[in-house]
Unconditional design. Sequence first.
Length: 185
Amino acid sequence: MITLPLRILLVEDVETDVLLTIRHLNKIIESPHIKVVSNLDDCRKELINFVPDVVISDYNLPTCNGLEVLEITQATDNSVPFIFLTGAIEDEEMAANTILAGASGFVLKKDMNNLDEKLRPILKKIVFNMDSREELRERIRRNKIAVNQIHNYLDNIKMDNEEQKQNINKIRQNIEGLNFDDDAK
């Protein structure tokens, strides 16, 4: 059992699949903290405010597809591992393309009955690659939330004049020049 409390963003629109996935995650992880969303807007908000350790996403969603979810995840934080949980990946070429696009792995929904067995090795690998010092992980997570919220705020500011635009661009450059991961070491 994974004893590290993982923060998981589950992108799924089918309620029975959500319940099954959560049940199997509870078999693998002692204290999972799971947020469930079913569309890109909610996914984007949770990536900014929840800052998950891993994203698990269906491939076919009503308003988008899993590759779009992967793109948003990578644009927000390209270090977040991403797992497809889907019935849509039926051929080897499509499976290879998801991995080439940046996914950490995929599990077919036809394996839902033994999902914990399929997810366990992927999640163990993710945990192995994570820094196991919880205090450091939490500090980095809080810093990422703050930076994400600042970027979101700056994106929504109405720039009335050239001086404001220049000042906001300077703020963005200063924020991007910071490396919170190095501060926490």
